[in-house]
Ligand binder design. Sequence first.
Ligand code: SF4
Ligand code: SF4
Length: 438
Amino acid sequence: MKTEFSLAQLADPDIKEADKILRACVHCGFCTATCPTYVLLGDELDSPRGRIYLIKEMLEKDKPPTADVVKHIDRCLSCLACMTTCPSGVNYMHLVDQARVRIERDYSRPLTERLLRSVLAFVLPRPGLFRISMILARLARPLAALLPTPSVGASTPGLLRRIKAMLALAPRGLPRPGPAAGTVFAPLGRRRGRVALLQGCAQQVLAPRINQAAINVLTRHGIEVVLVKDEQCCGALTHHMGQDGDALERARANVTVWQREADGEGLDAILVTASGCGTVVKDYGYLLREDKTFAEPAQRISALTKDITEYLARLELVPSTQKGDVTIAYHSACSLQHGQKISQLPKELLSKNGFVVKDVPESHLCCGSAGTYNILQPDIAIRLRDRKVANIAMVEPDMIAAGNIGCMVQIAGGTSVPVVHTIELLDWATGGPRPGLN
Ligand code: SF4
Ligand code: SF4
């Protein structure tokens, strides 16, 4: 794609990067076929190629975007299916991230939307506040029936519709909090390694059992696990809302504490059980590339970061439980399959440990969760969820497995089949409790 940035614009490292990305696009349109919003809405401007044009215009003209441009960029799930499909290696992720930062900087959203986004950005990364908000949401749930229902139209949803979506996502009960930051879990038997486990923010409130399962499997196989003190939310939530000031501060804080741990007791890896977070932490090196102090340490941290399944694939897991034939529908989270290019590994681990694993039809399509997307774009999100649940039902599973808490909550909202994390199944297979019973 031909670009027309001025020399002055190209002096900005972000624009230089955007120019490189835009020039790689050859307008072939292969990406449209796998883009969930194009598949649903059929509008070129809701496809990757259409959005790339809109972003190019916005950056070249260097003027505040129009409401229409913002609407189409906001509808992007950042699922990155387009990056998997693109034959030219267009880095859509870094381009749309830049567009979101521009929108946040130059576009004035309606007041109610600004308020909602500010509340989400403030509450979600703080587990204490998030816990309180979930309790309040549960109490307010009966009011949801009075709020507007999903519309099939393509208009931007209003505040009440979004609040209804938020209430619908609130769980009926909250588990007790997991272990405190700073806890070190000793390995059983000879120590074979030492890792940090990202504690996450929403996940530690909604499902601390996921990291508990990871700790069980790791310590059972000789790995010491540390929950690093002073660790923060990875920054993914605010990063995807274009609030890079907040996201980069969190990235710097995490790089600092993980580096201290790696230089102290030592770390073989930083493990992540929420693939949405893992994709962003693996990108810290890129996000902080212009920061003289943090560029190098951030690259080191990104290189140390692994999805839990990547690390477990290097250990020989010892299956211990006879489970009989349990059929698992494996939902491939977008952040794992498109963001981190990990698609076969979790299925192989599950198969090797005695599960019957079934691929879900249209597995490349997002379930509609996508961070705060299911709150900000609830109508598209529900259509994607229902499509995903219908595809899952076709393989008639006993359980559904996924590697990302956002997908788990989203899919569980549309089915009665238990939705569990891959690591919970691996814990069960190697001597832990059967998941999906709570
Ligand atoms: S990230 Fe997903 S929703 Fe956004 S343009 Fe790419 S395929 Fe479409
Ligand atoms: S597939 Fe890649 S090169 Fe083709 S239009 Fe989409 S982004 Fe551009």
